[in-house]
Structure formats: C-alpha cells, structure tokens
Design a protein around this ligand. Structure first.
Ligand code: SF4
Length: 338
C-alpha cells in the first residue's frame, strides 16, 4: 500500500480521478494532513464514510515514530524509528530568523567520508519520500512551530536517492502543503557530478550545497572516497554548469580538520580553485566523535583560514556551532543507539 505522504498534490488528484473519485477529495485529504495535522482518517468528517473506507483500503497513513529527543539550548536532535525498525535522525536548529531542520535521506550512507559518523554505518536502504516528509511534519508538530527552512544534509547522500528527494522537495515546497519557500530549501551533495547537472534542470528555485572539504584531489581523496570517482575539477565544472543554468550561487561546505585541510596554503588553494565560480564558502567547525581520529581545528586556525579567504576576496561565513552538549555530529545519535 502506498503511503499517502509519498504523493504530490498533482499525483493524488490524478490518481483519485483515475479511480473514479472527485479531484476535490484530494484537497480535503491534504488539508486534514498538512493544515489540520490530523492523521486519523476516521476524524475526516467532511469526507463520506464510504470514501474514507476507500482511502483506508488504498493508502497507508502510517507514521514513523519519534523515539528519542536530545536537547540543548539552540538545538534539538530527533531519533526516529521507521516502520521497519530502522533508525534515522534529524536535527532542528533555532536561528534568529526561524527554525531550520536538517533531514536524513537514507538509512546509513555508502559515501564513506572519513570524518563522518553517518558514513561509518553503511547504507541499508534509501528513504522513501514519506519518511522524509514525516520528519518535517512530526518535528513541526512536536515543537508546535513552523519549520522555516530545510537542509537535506543529515544521514545519507541525497543524490544517491535522487527521485525520492526530488519528490520530497516538490511536496514541502507546495504552498497548499508545507509551503516552505524554495529559497529556504538546500540539498547538499558530496559531489555526484551527473546528478548536480540533472539538478540544474529541476524547476524549483532550491539551493545547492557541495561538501567540498578540501582544496585539491590529494587531500580530498584522503578524506572522501567519492573523490576517486569524480575529480575536484569535474565537481567545479558541474557547479559552474549548475550556476550558469540556474543563476544561483552555490554553498561550498568546508569542515576544518586539524592538520589535514586547515593550513594557509589550503586556504589560498581554495581561493584559487573558486576564482570565477559563483559560490561562497561555509566553514564548519568539526564536531569530534570518539570513533574518529580527526580533531577539530582550533579557534585560532579557523580565524586564520577565514581571514585568508576574506583577504583573497572569497565570500565566506563560519557556521555557528550547535549543540555541543548533545550528540551533535551527524549520525552520532543513531550510531550510539545501534
Ligand atoms: S558526509 Fe554525507 S555523504 Fe559523506 S559519509 Fe557522511 S552522510 Fe555520507
């Protein structure tokens, strides 16, 4: 049975009509789900009982479950249990401008980035669209607040689950459903070049972030196995293709690892690499975990790296550190549970 949260509005309308029901019933159902946030079909008083029975026979309304929540002042981390017992996590961050949610796209990840806790546990399967939509709905219900922005940057490589992620983006952006503005949605990839090019043709104005984390192939190959499949120049060419086609600026994510990629030489190399690219750099202080040998760069080194990029004319920001008291590194809560 197909889960109701896998459906875009257009697809549900079309299916209802094909099955001999009124298109209007789709707006009624979606209104209960996304606006009234009532997931119990028996309460849908404006839908005839026989039609409710049809809905029950045709669609699953099952929800994943919040199993655990860890909290810090500006962040909440959620561990979800999926219907088959698998676990994933999502992280809610409180920014001055609203709530930002980082969602997972796969159970585990096969990309094997060496600094990443999620990548230590191999991919079990892709998430279906409904499992991503429900992360947003259930967390929004839990905090009784509207989620203002979404980053697909949790466990998994989103472009390794491309079709489900694209479907998810269409649903959360739809103004009759979750109405999250396209400019407030970002998908992050470790650099699957063909998919970056495909994403350039996706009609919504959603953002792209690249997990770059190194200024050259030599360092990138040491910390990110994907660099053996696509060279850094191929990634940069794909980014140029994307930004030429969409006119959008790309975020280059760069985790600073002590003694690995945080030297002044690296900063200069990064500035050279990004010369002429419509992109900005987002420096990320590393969240150390006990299983991984890498250490975070010092505050001083982060500042030197930042200043070097600035002096070279690169647009650069440093990501705020969230939730140092909880299992803040992506995948840490899940791997602790497993
Ligand atoms: S950083 Fe992202 S792509 Fe790399 S292993 Fe972790 S979850 Fe996968």
């Amino acid at each position: 049975m197909n889960n109701i949260f896998n459906y875009t509005r257009e697809k549900l309308e079309k299916e209802f009509v094909e099955l001999g029901y009124k298109k209007f019933m789709s707006s009624q159902v979606l209104d209960w789900l996304y606006k009234k946030r009532n997931y119990n079909i028996d309460d849908y008083s404006n839908i005839k009982k026989e039609n409710r029975e049809f809905l029950k026979s045709q669609y699953s309304f099952d929800l994943i479950k919040i199993e655990k929540v860890e909290e810090d002042t500006d962040v909440k981390k959620f561990l979800f249990r999926l219907l088959d017992g698998q676990k994933i996590e999502a992280v809610l961050m409180y920014h001055g401008y609203g709530l930002s949610l980082c969602v997972s796209s796969q159970v585990g990840c096969n990309m094997g980035c060496k600094f990443c806790e999620s990548g230590r546990l191999k991919k079990v399967r892709n998430l279906e669209t409904y499992e991503m939509v429900e992360q947003v709905l259930l967390i929004s219900d839990y905090v009784k607040g509207r989620i203002d922005s979404i980053v697909v940057m949790g466990i998994g490589e989103p472009f390794d689950n491309y079709d489900n992620v694209i479907n998810f983006l269409s649903i959360i952006n739809d103004d009759k459903l979750l109405a999250i503005g396209a400019r407030h949605i970002t998908v992050s990839t470790c650099g699957l070049v063909p998919k970056i090019k495909e994403y350039a043709s996706f009609p919504l104005q959603v953002n792209l972030a690249i997990s770059l984390h190194a200024p050259n192939d030599e360092i990138r190959k040491k910390i990110m196995p994907i660099a053996n499949a696509y060279s850094i120049n191929e990634v940069i060419d794909a980014v140029k293709y994307y930004s030429n086609k969409t006119n959008r600026r790309v975020a280059m994510e760069y985790i600073l690892l002590d003694g690995i990629n945080d030297s002044v030489k690296c900063a200069n190399e990064l500035a050279d690499l990004l010369n002429g690219v419509n992109a900005y750099v987002n420096l990320i202080p590393y969240n150390e975990t006990s299983h991984i040998e890498y250490k975070a760069s010092s505050e001083h080194q982060i500042k030197v790296f930042f200043d070097t990029l600035k002096q070279r004319g690169v647009d650069v920001t440093t990501r705020r550190r969230f939730g140092s008291k909880i299992s803040a590194a992506c995948g840490q809560l899940r791997s602790k549970e497993i």
